[in-house]
Design a protein around this ligand. Structure first.
Ligand code: PLP
Length: 283
């Protein structure tokens, strides 16, 4: 197996990718990341992921260690070198660089970059049976629009949810439903899809963007608005989306069943349409 380490392809071994104790990613979580899906060895919606990656770096004033065309080429070389022709995902991260520990960052640091590719099997059981989510107070910071390595809020909440028998936390803040621990959230009511607007309270999911586009193609109305926690009890259907998982039905919120613990019709239509359209977005 091979990985990308500082813009080079190396064998995927710990000793080939050692990081300094003064790397700011290690000390402060000072960095950003992306997860990109691979289908049949091809990258899915690569440009959208790169848009978000460059946005995240820009927001944190991290100096990109590659241009857009360089990173594209590197990721494709990584897949090729691994002879990777199945379904999988790429994880890539960029940390700001190395300096003596200080909250205040220096301007001229060389950012550190690595990427790995791994097999990822289709989560068929989640698609067919749906998942449960657990309402939790959103204790994350207020720039959830940046895909930052600082994930302690998510780490704590997802661990608590999974130890309690739920797949995801469902975050709320100020009485408003925001998103899940590693996915975006949607509620369907009277044939309309409701989901949180993209702003600093949530991550603008690539899968979210895609699903909203597909909803339009299927002529299913969408309202991007703040959903109150109390509204959940009247939901007809709920689902979540994330790059690895695509469209996953939510069949229970806390102890309360959604749609009698079954997958709703609109969720199923979106799920199937999403699968069908995957092959139009590969490179
Ligand atoms: N929200 C959070 C907090 C996430 O970590 C993720 C990442 O998977 C998402 C939403 C979904 O984003 P995407 O569809 O780009 O994977």
């Amino acid at each position: 197996d091979y990985m990308l380490w500082k813009n080079e392809i190396v064998e995927r071994k710990p000793e080939n990718a050692m990081v300094s104790f003064e790397d700011r990613g290690y000390q402060f979580g000072d960095g950003v990341y992306e997860v990109i899906r691979i289908y049949d060895g091809k990258l899915h919606v690569l440009d959208w992921h790169l848009d978000r990656l460059f946005y995240s770096m820009e927001q944190l004033a991290i100096r990109a260690p590659f241009s857009r065309s360089e990173i594209k080429q590197l990721l494709k070389q990584l897949i090729e070198k691994n002879k990777f022709t199945i379904d999988g995902k790429i994880y890539l991260q960029v940390t700001r660089g190395i300096q003596p520990r200080d909250h205040v960052y220096m301007e001229d640091l060389d950012a550190l970059f690595y990427a790995t590719v791994d097999r990822f099997d289709q989560p068929v059981e989640m698609w067919d049976k749906g998942v449960k989510v657990m309402l939790q107070e959103d204790i994350r910071w207020l720039r959830c629009d940046i895909k930052s390595l600082n994930l302690l809020g998510n780490v704590i909440a997802r661990t608590k949810a999974q130890r309690s028998g739920y797949h995801e936390p469902l975050f709320h803040r100020e009485g408003i439903v925001r998103e899940c621990g590693a996915s975006n959230f949607y509620m369907i009511k009277d044939g309309v899809i409701h989901t949180h607007p993209t702003n600093h309270y949530i991550l603008g999911g690539i899968t979210r963007k895609k699903v909203l586009l597909f909803a339009k193609e299927l002529e299913i109305p969408v309202k991007e608005r703040e959903i109150k926690v109390e509204e959940l009890q009247d939901a007809d259907e709920c689902f979540l989306t994330a790059t690895p998982l695509e469209v996953v039905p939510i069949i229970q919120i806390d102890k309360n069943p959604v749609n009698n613990n079954e997958i709703g019709d609109i969720t199923k239509r979106l799920q199937q349409y999403y699968r069908k359209r995957i092959y139009d977005y590969l490179e």
